[in-house]
Design a binder for this molecule. Sequence first.
Ligand SMILES: NC(=O)c1ccc[n+]([C@@H]2O[C@H](COP(=O)([O-])OP(=O)(O)OC[C@H]3O[C@@H](n4cnc5c(N)ncnc54)[C@H](OP(=O)(O)O)[C@@H]3O)[C@@H](O)[C@H]2O)c1
Length: 273
Amino acid sequence: MANKTIAFIGTGNMSYAIIGGMVKSGFDPSQIIATNRNQTKLDKVAADFGVQTTTDNLAAIARADVIVLSVKPQMMGDLCESIVNADIQYQDKLFVSVAAGLTVTRLRDMLKHPVKMVRCMPNTPSLFGKGVSGLYADAINEDEKVFIEQVFSSTGIAIWLNEERKINDIIAVTGSSPAYFFLFMESIETKAIELGFTAEQARQLVEQTALGAAMMAAGQHDISIAQLRANVTSKGGTTNAAIQSYQANGLDKLTSMAMDACIARAIEMEQEL
Ligand SMILES: NC(=O)c1ccc[n+]([C@@H]2O[C@H](COP(=O)([O-])OP(=O)(O)OC[C@H]3O[C@@H](n4cnc5c(N)ncnc54)[C@H](OP(=O)(O)O)[C@@H]3O)[C@@H](O)[C@H]2O)c1
């Protein structure tokens, strides 16, 4: 698959992040095609990464070996309808969908062809090369699997899932979780302001601490996260008082309930879309 052409249908935030990761990690931009309804976004991705662009989805699909469908889940039906009757050799193409809530079966129904399909669930830190992408494949060969893994690991970490339902689990663990961290940062920021720090100071203090803590975890894989926490929690000390308060008030249970709600919503979306 090394010399294959890949087309991104819908070039918003997610395609921009993946294309950026691919080009920065050495993919040939001349083998990447970006399409969009909006020319301004195409001008930006062409200027930033030197990829080919077009507003003609069918032309891009006809030329590509791998097609990444990257529009909002609610727009996928219209998109598929607009490409489904074209004179394209669908059996030779590999389709990738990054949309939540649309199963392989549903996507094949929409495309009206039993296409080779990968579902991918990326997350927003992909924009900075720090993303996680959960991948589930149906009916693809080893070469294609390697290619897809190269594409998505160019924006961070790519992990294969052996069952499609795990896509909903990865949404709870990595897809939605940047927002959980932001929510926690927001809580600390709010309290810091209450304690008298300016909004600017509070933002800076929270941001730097979150970054420092993430770097401590990322740089010491041999130490468990529980141990990293224990290492900065002296018995009878101030941090210990805060941690005990969190634990007594059920932080683990709250997190578990939040992640279950996330999975339940993903399952519900599968019925709605
Ligand atoms: N962003 C995330 O964190 C994230 C994480 C995981 C998965 N995803 C999934 O990734 C997909 C894209 O999300 P996004 O955040 O990148 O959305 P986005 O910024 O709205 O990008 C989608 C792009 O597709 C374009 N578009 C819509 N219909 C089209 C069509 N028929 N032909 C060509 N272009 C079309 C839109 O154009 P207009 O500008 O004209 O609307 C827009 O530029 C979604 O399915 C989303 O669920 C996103």
